[in-house]
Design a protein around this ligand. Structure first.
Ligand code: ZN
Length: 178
């Protein structure tokens, strides 16, 4: 497994609409090693999730996992999930805010409001369909990763850009007014 280079804000691959993966291609070595490498890369950089465009592959593949993450110490556990061609259905439109970060925008945080409760469905790495009911921070992670597949970054979702902060300052002043 390899640690992949992560595209950063400004790289055009982050603004592309990613292509769906044909189900017949899921078991190919190309897709399987992409998934393995995405998991390694996410873990190496303590990401809560990673989308394939972030590693320069404009395909609809995301991974996420939250477990004792030093970048998000207060976040609830979210088991390792590999999702191909994911889809989100909003269950509860009530918006909730979270401080989001992104491996493609290193060292920063911004306050983003998103729907609180979703059904997340996708194919797993064996091509089997699954769905998850996600709320709170977990719903935010899934929505953030799926946004990457449509060329969107969390900064596009911020209603108030004045909350954009470097992590050090965020840690000092996180009680700041939103
Ligand atoms: Zn991101």
């Amino acid at each position: 497994m390899a640690i992949l280079k992560v595209a950063r804000l400004g790289h055009p691959v982050l603004r592309e609409v990613a292509a769906s993966v044909e189900p017949i291609d899921i078991q190919t070595p190309k897709i399987q090693s992409l998934i393995d490498d995405m998991i390694s890369t996410m873990r190496e950089y303590n990401g809560a999730g990673l989308a394939a465009p972030q590693v320069h592959e404009p395909l609809r593949v995301v991974v996420f996992e939250v477990k004792d993450n030093p970048r998000y110490p207060d976040a609830p556990t979210l088991p390792l999930t590999v999702a191909i061609n994911p889809q989100i259905d909003i269950v509860d439109k009530t918006r909730q805010g979270n401080w989001e970060g992104c491996l493609s925008i290193p060292g920063m945080r911004g306050y983003v409001e998103r729907p609180h409760s979703i059904i997340f469905s996708a194919l797993d790495r064996y091509g089997v369909r699954f769905s998850l009911s996600l709320t709170g921070f977990s719903a935010t992670v899934a929505q953030h990763e799926c946004d990457h597949l449509d060329g969107k970054l969390y900064v596009d979702r911020m209603e108030n850009l004045s909350t954009l902060s470097f992590v050090d300052e965020f840690n000092r002043f996180q009680g700041l007014d939103k």
